[in-house]
Design a binder for this molecule. Structure first.
Ligand code: FAD
Length: 116
């Protein structure tokens, strides 16, 4: 958590941004229109150019080339984003997230009711 009222450092920015991105994937349609697919693809390619952490942005651009956005359904987008986040976790030596749990974490809340 960031010091109240202070500029974001790299980690504050990362946490907030992952929150936005995973929440976008959580709310993405099960059956997207062609326009929704093309919007989310365009979003990520521009995002990778404007994200205000230079080394993060450069790496994310490379990863996007290796593994382009999969936006054909809520499942495919949220799983793709989970894998992209895990690539960053791996690079930073953080534990990998179990992608089977991504909708519990970001959409439905945990099965134990702790988010209700
Ligand atoms: P975060 O990694 O910010 O994760 C927040 C929460 O997301 C976690 O608490 C967990 O509940 C959940 N979560 C974790 N992994 C996953 C997953 N795979 N799928 C779904 N949910 C998950 N930092 C650098 O130092 N170098 C970089 O090159 C770098 N590149 C980045 C690129 C992007 C596109 C973004 C958005 C951030 C990048 N960051 C980078 C920041 C870094 O990823 C973290 O946000 C930061 O280190 C804070 O980490 P954290 O441990 O608080 O959790």
């Amino acid at each position: 958590t960031n010091r109240h009222g202070c500029p974001y450092d790299k980690d504050d920015l990362g946490r907030s941004t992952w929150g936005l991105l995973h929440t976008m994937a959580a709310n993405y349609p099960e059956i997207p229109s062609k326009e929704e697919i093309s919007n989310v693809s365009a979003f990520f390619s521009i995002f990778a150019k404007v994200y205000p952490c230079d080394m993060c942005a450069k790496d994310f651009q490379m990863e996007l080339i290796k593994e382009p956005v999969e936006a054909t359904s809520q499942h495919s987008l949220s799983q793709w984003l989970c894998r992209m986040h895990n690539k960053v976790n791996n690079k930073l030596g953080k534990p990998l997230f179990d992608c089977r749990l991504v909708n519990e974490r970001w959409r439905d809340g945990w099965k134990d009711g702790s988010c209700d």
